[in-house]
Structure formats: structure tokens, C-alpha cells
Write a protein of this length. Sequence first.
Length: 49
Amino acid sequence: MKKMLAFTFFGVSLVFAKPYTIDKANSSVWFEVKHFKFNETRGVFDSFD
């Protein structure tokens, strides 16, 4: 019964789902790498989709 209810809820939520777009003017993608646990290097991607 719980599985059927979960699948029904998931199926109904897919009906109302809409694609979204990322606002590139106000968004950024960056990463951080730790080196020897005391030095952190940060990087930024210039473009992303």
C-alpha cells in the first residue's frame, strides 16, 4: 500500500513538473581543493550549462 501511494504521488508530481533555467547573471560554479589539510585552493568555472 505504501509503495503504491509513493508511486502515485511521484507520478502526479511529474505531471506538474516544469523545466527550469539557471540565471547565469546571478549564479556561479566554483570548487575548492584542500592540499595537505592546511592549504585551500579555490577555482571558478567561467561558463556552465
